[in-house]
Design a protein around this ligand. Structure first.
Ligand code: NAD
Length: 394
């Protein structure tokens, strides 16, 4: 008897230990499940927390979207990135995840915005307060070769996002538009009331998306901000993020990409197309805006967005810079000997394009504070030089 009593009392702590382990393990499982984006209904991302603004950043693995996500996270927003990685980089998302590892700050969802069912599920499972819709294919040249892809990806997908927002009561939209929606205006600078007459499928698809948003907003209490960017350059001044388009997109690339490719020796040099434009030095004039200023405009737009109101803003410096000035700044910023070839005009290029940023200055108290052609290119060059293979390998 004594022996039995003795053995029973020894089993008790053993049994208790098992119960405690089971409880701890169960709690741990529940916690892990709650953190997982697929856990319908109870993830941190699925609830509205007082004082926390949860922003869906579509295209957040891309150039501008990743910089916007970084700024939002720095400003204590909760961020969900949705991207199909067709053009963006998981490496950019990983940088953000390493910078903001705390639960409930950042989640990444791999999804294609062309898949309405998937988009609807994302909205059903997450409590978004606002959407910054960056995701798009965004190369003018490519759009002339694959117009249907552009109308689908830009126009139809924006409709899908808007429908999901309406169905799930998400009340604020910040939309990425472009100066390409203006086409070739006769009068400079371009103001927000300059007539929009786009001349390529990219600009037309963006204008159609704008029109859909504007028509919808007439009958809804959604707060809408449409930002029309000019030519975006630069990267994170702290060197954490950069612009890393897919190599196969080089041929459609932007002027800053060409500058870095020439400096890295990936292409033999820069080709300046047209030296007889009616401008001071005969080359085309564009308005370059640093990505740090651009994302600042987004945060200010989000802050000032009001229900039932639409704000449309040009985001540029108002200062045109010629291609020759750009080439000089590129040479200075990279310190590279860059061969420059002067060629005849390229059809479809217009002489001068620059914005009038007065409206955004006054209404959003925004001004381009970081944009300086040479400095912006120097910062971007530092990232390019230390990441010759983009996010793939440093
Ligand atoms: N870069 C510029 O100079 C510039 C100028 C004016 C406007 N914009 C606009 O800014 C936005 C961002 O441009 P960016 O330069 O960062 O381009 P980007 O190609 O670097 O980023 C776009 C991102 O969207 C994602 N994406 C594309 N289609 C998608 C889909 N169907 N589903 C989910 N994700 C998808 C891509 O994978 C990529 O990560 C675009 O809307 C573009 O039209 C850019």
């Amino acid at each position: 008897m004594l022996g039995m009593e003795f053995s029973d009392s020894r089993r008790k702590p053993h049994f208790l230990g098992k119960v405690i382990t089971a409880v701890v393990l169960t709690a741990l499982c529940i916690y892990i499940l709650k953190q997982s984006p697929g856990f319908g209904g109870t993830s941190v991302f699925s609830r509205h927390d007082p004082g926390v603004t949860h922003v869906l950043v579509t295209g957040g693995a891309g150039y501008i979207g990743s910089h916007a996500a970084l700024r939002l996270l720095k400003d204590s927003y909760r961020v969900t990135i949705v991207d199909n990685l067709s053009r963006g980089n998981m490496g950019a998302v990983k940088v953000l995840q390493e910078l903001f590892p705390e639960p409930g700050r950042l989640q990444f969802i791999y999804a294609d915005l062309g898949d309405a069912k998937a988009v609807n599920k994302i909205f059903a499972e997450n409590a978004f307060d606002a959407v910054m819709h960056f995701a798009a294919v965004a190369y003018v040249g490519e759009s002339t070769m694959e117009p249907l892809r552009y109308y689908h990806n830009i126009t139809a997908n924006t409709l899908t996002v808007l429908e999901a927002m309406a169905a799930h009561g998400v009340k604020t939209l910040i939309y990425s538009s472009t100066c390409a929606t203006y086409g070739e205006p006769k009068k400079m600078p371009i103001t927000e009331v300059t007539p929009q007459s786009p001349i390529n499928p990219y600009g037309k698809a963006k204008k159609m998306a704008e029109d859909i948003i504007l028509d919808f907003s007439k009958r809804s209490d959604m707060a809408v901000m449409i930002l029309r960017y000019f030519n975006v350059i630069g990267s994170d001044p702290e060197g954490r993020l950069g612009e890393a388009p897919r190599p196969e997109l080089r041929e459609h690339g932007r002027i800053s990409g060409a500058c870095f490719d020439a400096a890295l020796g990936v292409i033999p040099g820069l080709k300046v197309k047209g030296t007889d434009y009616p401008t001071a030095d005969g080359t085309c004039i564009r308005d370059y805006i640093d990505v740090t200023d651009l994302v600042d405009a987004h945060v200010k737009a989000l802050d000032k967005a009001e229900p039932k109101k639409v704000g449309i803003y040009n985001v540029g410096t108002g200062q045109g810079r010629s291609v020759k000035q750009f080439v000089e700044a590129c040479k200075q910023a990279t310190g590279a000997k860059i061969k420059v070839e002067y060629l005849s005009r390229r059809p479809g290029d217009y002489a001068e394009v620059y914005s009038d940023p007065a409206k955004i200055n006054h209404e959003l108290n925004w001004t381009a504070r970081y944009t300086d052609l040479q400095e912006s290119l120097s910062i971007a060059w530092r990232w390019q030089r230390s990441h010759p293979n983009g996010y793939g390998r440093s």
